[in-house]
Design a protein around this ligand. Structure first.
Ligand code: MAN
Length: 354
């Protein structure tokens, strides 16, 4: 696989983003959804901010009260035996067997704009900022599906009642219409197909199972983009492979003559994130035609290996220009990068490795 990583990489880093909150620092500008709007490329950045802490033993947790519009900062001592601090992104109380109780930062969506797809200017204000009680811990990892002149944007809404997936629509990236929560907790990595298939909308989704089952990809249909049903298991994690820990949709499915091309992410049980590809039947996307045995992109560059949470490449969107896929991807939960891949080459790898 020939991968052309842009010379500008990492193209947007936390220092390029001014904190929106006073007394906070930006620790990540990553996992952006992508849209082509007028003559510009828009990156819907996940900006993660946290209160500055002078004492390395004190973790300050930002929680936004969407009703009173107040930011509440809770302080925790890393020496407190009631909590387990083994992940820089989250921590949990000892009463919890798995998962997390709090996040160490709060994310929201801010737009970065570019005419050439390489040099971006970041808006000074957020575009999507927590606006209901399901978002008090933040909004993360937007995906953008364009249908006509409407852009549907879905993202993870995080709060103490779980991580669910929410949908809004916009025509101008200034105002938006709230379409509610489309997948109940815990669900992430929802990717809405860019057109109906046999009269129905399709979406990939990833329930995070806690008893039996794995972090696998599912597929559902909807008559109206808001009510989803007819859920089917699409693809699972693979033991002994690079995607043995969890998988989830990455980019909005791309229509090719061979089928729907889905670029997805897979992680090992040690949380090393790579991107792979899957080919779904054009007429029946619940059918997987092929899946790459090896990743199409893995953390190799310095900025992909080191950062707030290293060894992560995480694509949430791309732009297709004939055979070229420009894939924008988050690196190490810190910054944004972009690479170009040939769609024909990905299809060839799928054919060879199916
Ligand atoms: C995981 C990571 C974090 C994220 C939380 C909540 O722990 O992806 O970055 O904030 O889930 O979604």
């Amino acid at each position: 696989m020939n991968i052309y990583r842009y010379e500008e990489n990492p193209m947007i880093t936390p220092v390029d983003v001014k904190p929106y909150h006073e007394g906070f620092e930006v620790i990540g500008a990553f996992n952006a959804g992508v849209a082509k709007y007028k003559d510009e490329v828009l990156l819907l950045l996940r900006v993660a901010e946290r209160p500055i802490s002078e004492n390395p033993d004190i973790v300050k947790v930002p929680i936004y009260n969407t009703e009173s519009k107040e930011m509440i900062i809770k302080e925790f001592d890393k020496n407190d035996k009631n909590y387990i601090f083994d992940d820089p992104r989250t921590f949990r109380s000892t009463d919890k067997v798995e998962g997390f109780s709090y996040l160490t930062s709060l994310s929201y969506i801010r737009i970065a704009r570019s005419k050439d797809g390489r040099n971006f200017t970041v808006d000074s204000e957020p575009f999507l900022y927590p606006f209901n009680e399901y978002q008090s811990f933040g909004i993360e990892d937007a995906r953008v599906t364009q249908m006509g002149d409407t852009y549907y944007i879905n993202f993870s809404s995080v709060s103490e009642v779980g991580v669910c997936d929410s949908l809004v629509s916009t025509k101008d990236f200034v105002t938006f219409t709230d379409k509610g929560n489309i997948f109940a907790p815990e669900n992430k990595d929802v990717l809405i197909f860019p057109e109906k298939v046999n009269g129905l909308y399709y979406a990939l989704h990833r329930p995070s199972l806690k008893s039996i089952g794995n972090y696998d990809m599912w597929i559902a249909t909807s008559p109206d983009l808001q009510h989803w049903g007819n859920h089917k298991h699409l693809a699972g994690v693979r033991e002994g492979h690079w995607d043995n820990g969890r998988i989830g949709g990455g980019l909005v499915p791309i229509k090719t003559e061979k089928g729907w091309l889905e670029i997805y992410h897979g992680a090992t049980s040690e949380s090393r994130y790579c991107m792979g590809a899957m080919l779904l039947d054009l007429e029946n996307p619940t059918k997987v035609i092929a899946r790459t045995k090896t990743p199409i992109l893995e953390p190799e560059a310095e900025y992909e290996k080191k950062g707030f949470f290293g060894e992560v490449v995480f694509g949430c969107g791309g732009i297709v220009n004939e055979d070229i896929l420009q894939m924008y991807y988050g690196v190490s939960d810190t910054s944004m990068a972009c690479c170009e891949l040939s769609i024909q080459e990905i299809l060839k790898q799928l054919e060879e490795e199916m």
